[in-house]
Design a protein around this ligand. Structure first.
Ligand code: ADP
Ligand code: MG
Length: 309
């Protein structure tokens, strides 16, 4: 198949949006941004052997390459709209491409997106996705807005993806629910939009809670106290490892793609009424450090997140 036949067969299947004036097929895509909205733009690359195992299921690779980008949009409170996809493939393996697209387009459809362009090259397997979404002018949820006295919240449960990865590496059997956290994280788009006007600062947790929360602390020039007893752990993780190991996975494990955000303490009841899938784990302080506590005493654990370099 030629490059153009591949594009036609695999990527033209995208759903169409009315704000796309010109989609796949020309030198550029042309899109229309709604009035009074700004564009949030994010990009992530997944490299075979670095971000996923070389024998990873193509479906999961397709799904996750988009999910991690949507997670970034969620962390700003943006509503996703358009995506572009740059694929570098060692060969035009149609079986692999079909499965990749099944995973990729599952999220495209779920979030009412349109794939508006991309690139196709030959080389070692790597996937770059750019996602674009809308934000009301000036309302973006950044890392820099945390205030002393804010409560700190996280969505979902933490540590499951890192636990699944550890089991895969050590060839220990691991159940489906933990694997799903690793391979098919759920981007918290709805939550991001719900907290947009309520939260002060937010980030998505890709490198581990401690490492990512530190980005909020640095950008906001504040500190935090986290109570490890409050870290939301899944029943599966609780059952599988010791308490200390569960805390370490929740604090330092990567790949959770949950949201961590800060908000005024006065909003705690409102969040309860909204029935958001979140847990309060601590509060923002003026100390400029990240302190871990257990039952009111300092907790000594590892706090470094995953570092690429
Ligand atoms: P150009 O050479 O002008 O950059 P290409 O020949 O690379 O254009 O691509 C032709 C069209 O197909 C463009 O609209 C491009 O955005 C689109 N396209 C190429 N690769 C992909 C892909 N992986 N996914 C979606 N669209 C793609
Ligand atoms: Mg061109």
């Amino acid at each position: 198949m030629t490059e153009f036949e591949l594009i036609e067969k695999f990527f033209q299947q995208t759903p169409k949006r009315s704000d796309v004036v010109l989609g796949i097929g020309d030198d550029c895509a042309i899109v229309e941004i709604p009035e009074l909205q700004q564009l949030a733009v994010t990009m992530d690359t997944l490299v075979s052997g670095v971000h996923f195992f070389e024998n990873a299921a193509a479906f999961d690779v397709g799904y996750k390459s988009l999910a991690v980008n949507l997670s970034d949009l969620a962390a700003m409170g943006a509503r996703p709209a358009w995506v572009t996809l740059a694929l570098t493939l060692p060969e035009a393996n149609e079986i692999w491409l079909k499965e990749f697209c099944r995973g990729f387009f599952e999220l495209v459809k779920r979030f009412n997106l349109q794939l508006i362009g991309g690139d196709l090259t030959r080389g070692p397997l790597s996937i770059t996705v750019q996602a674009q979404g809308f934000l009301p002018v000036g309302k973006a949820l950044t890392r820099g807005g945390a205030k002393v006295g804010d409560l700190i919240f996280v969505s979902g449960t933490l540590g499951d993806a890192a636990f699944a990865l550890k089991c895969l590496r050590e060839k220990i059997p691991v159940d489906e629910s933990a694997l799903a956290h690793l391979h098919r994280p759920e981007p918290r788009i709805e939550l991001g939009e719900e907290i947009l006007t309520l939260a002060h600062a937010a980030i998505d947790i890709s490198d581990g809670l401690a490492a990512d929360l530190k980005h909020i602390l640095e950008k906001s020039s504040v500190g935090a106290v986290i109570d490890v007893e409050k870290l939301p752990l899944s029943d599966a993780l609780h059952a599988a490892v010791s308490e200390d190991e569960a805390f370490a996975l929740a604090l330092n494990g990567g790949d959770d793609y949950e949201l961590c955000f800060t908000a005024p303490a006065s909003l705690a009841d409102t969040f309860c009424e909204m029935q958001l899938p979140i847990t309060c784990i601590g509060k923002i302080t003026s100390q400029k450090t990240l302190e871990l506590q257990q039952n009111g005493k300092i907790y000594h654990g590892k706090t470094a997140g995953y570092q690429h370099f």
